[in-house]
Every structure is written in C-alpha cells, then in structure tokens.
Design a protein around this ligand. Sequence first.
Ligand code: GLA
Length: 319
Amino acid sequence: MIVVRAPGRVNLIGDHTDYQDGLCLPLAIDRAVRIEVTARGDGQVHVTSADADPRAYVNALDTSRGFDATVTSTIPVGSGLSSSAAFGVALVLAADPTAHGRDLALAAQALEHRASGVPCGVMDQMASVFGVAGHALLLDCRDLTVAPIAIPAGVDIVVIHSGLPRRLEASAYAQRRAACEAAAATLGVATLRDATEDQVSDNPLARHVVTENERVRASADALRAGDVARFGDLMLASHGSLRDDFGVSTPELDLLVALGMDAGAYGARLTGAGFGGCVVALVPAGADIAGPVTAGYRARTGLEPQVFTVTAADGAGVV
Ligand code: GLA
C-alpha cells in the first residue's frame, strides 16, 4: 500500500489570468487530500470517498493500472480552496506514483476538464504540485515556471468562507473564458498576456486580465521586499477589478472584504473563480479578525462565515 497526498491552494492575487497565459501568486495550503492506494490485479479502479462522489473522476481517469483507493480530505468541499483540483492531482498520483512536476499538473488539469466539464486553467493544479512550505508561488502560466517567494514573518493568511456555495460557477466561468479568447482574437494577439493596457482600455473583461498581470508583478516585488502594506493595497485593487471589470464578485464577498479591512487586515480580496466561495485576507500575525468579521457578517446577512488561518505547505507527492 502507498499513500499519496495533494494539498489545496489559496490564491493571494492574480485571478482569471491563468487561462490567458497570465501570472498568479497562489500557495499550497496545509489542508490536503490523502489517498491510500492498494494495487489490484484485475485492472479495475475502485475509489471510496467520504466527502464527494468520485465517479466522474474515476470514469475520466486515463490509466491501465488497477487499484483500490480510500480518499480522505481536510479541504472543505466547494469552498474555493481547490478541493477538486487536489483530488485530481492525488488521483493521477495514485494511478502513477512516478508522475511529477508539470506533467502531473497538466494531467490533473486534463482530468478536471473531462470530469467536471469546467474549462479551468492550470493554476490550481500547479499550486498543488509545486507548493513550498512557507512560500507563495509566482506562477507564469505561459511557460509554466514557478518562482517561490518567502512569505514574510509577521503576517497571517486568513481565509473567510462566505457560507454561500459558488453559484453559476461552471457556466459563468466558461463564458468569461470565451469572452477573453474573443477579445484576444479581435486584438490579433495569441492571448491577453500579449495585450497592452491601451489596447484593452474600453473592454472591462480584458482590462481586468491585463491590469491583474501588472498587479501580480508588483505584488511579487512587494512580497520580496517584505512590504505587506503595499501588498495589501494591491489585493484591494485586485478585488475592485474582479468586482467592477470582471463581474465575478457578490455582495457577500464585497462585505467580507470590507469587514476584513475594518478589522485591521492589510488587504483582502475574493480568491479563485468568485461567484461565491471565499475571501483571502493578509493580516498582522495573531490579529483576531475572526471575531469582528463573524459578528459583522452575521448581523448584516444572517449567514455564518467560516474563518480559518492557513499556512503554506509543500506540494503533492507520495507520503
Ligand atoms: C478556478 C480555476 C483556475 C482559475 C481560477 C480563477 O479556480 O480552476 O484555473 O482560473 O478559477 O483565477
């Protein structure tokens, strides 16, 4: 028997850029999918999971090896922390424990496309595979290079789940992606990575992508310099762009960002695809934003947020 593990991720900045060859800055988190794998002689794959129905992934898995798999996970399902991407990475590893690096990430992304039908980019799988403890990952989705950047001492990364599932995510995500592809085609560039701000000034969707890449570059510099105040400002600007230009925020996510800032965060923004799910906040280490954010959110919405601190963990592999 072997055990494989693949972590979830949270993205600090750079959303809806990965499928346009862009930049993002995620980290693998200390919550993961684990699979106990035992070989079978008959070529069949049997997966049992307490959390989610694995059938679509098992049916879409491309393997000639048979195995029994028992899945456990500490990543909240449907929270925007890439529980399904982590499951996909772990399942590809279960089928082939020698898989690694970009090939592993790309195989898991292809599995996700087949299993869920969502035309996701590669950020989530890359973060799960290339995670480095204590580091965020500057990811270039054009050439699939990864530059780990140490997370400065003195800050905590706090995830706040809105308590609402992500709505219309699959169709709205695919629609945004197609609109970006159309904008790139109109401009005559391969992807929006190649567009300039001047070229996209009258197209809000494309403008988000182009300005978000610039914000990722600037935030990587800020992180390297330990300038968390600047990093926080860029997170807020990113949230505004995702809300106003890209149209993927919700009133609840906007409220959580505002409450997080009121509670003393350096910065906060929706993380991942949007349409519900989570906010990520960068806060002074040890600051209790959970109390005031929970109280304020409950009072305004009647909803119960989940607030938890995450730390940057190592990427997927055989345990
Ligand atoms: C989802 C997708 C990713 C990425 C984000 C938005 O998490 O799986 O590929 O596009 O949305 O940044």
